[in-house]
Write a new protein. Structure first.
Length: 91
């Protein structure tokens, strides 16, 4: 999956309220193929239980949690996605 697509999927997970914080550093993320656990380690690292993360060390679930943890990142991505959608409607 391309990084752009992963960012959009992560943003959609947040917008659709599919990310639930269940403990201080533990989140459940309801993806298209199941519910996955995302954990933020003491060192700030993020891990996800989904097959994509286990294989590639990145996924939309972990990115969605990163966005929630870092509101400035979420706002920048939101603005960029809205800007891109605005360009598409003008075509």
């Amino acid at each position: 999956m391309s990084l752009d697509r992963m960012i959009k999927k992560a943003y959609e997970l947040i917008c659709n309220r599919r990310v639930e914080q269940i403990d201080e550093d533990i989140y459940n993320v309801v993806g298209m193929h199941g519910t996955y656990t995302v954990v933020r380690g003491a060192d700030g690292s993020i891990t996800c239980s989904c097959p994509g993360f286990l294989a590639k060390k990145r996924c939309s679930h972990s990115l969605a949690v990163m966005m929630l943890i870092q509101p400035k990142l979420l706002m920048r991505i939101k603005r960029e996605i809205e800007r891109e959608e605005g360009r598409k409607t003008k075509r």
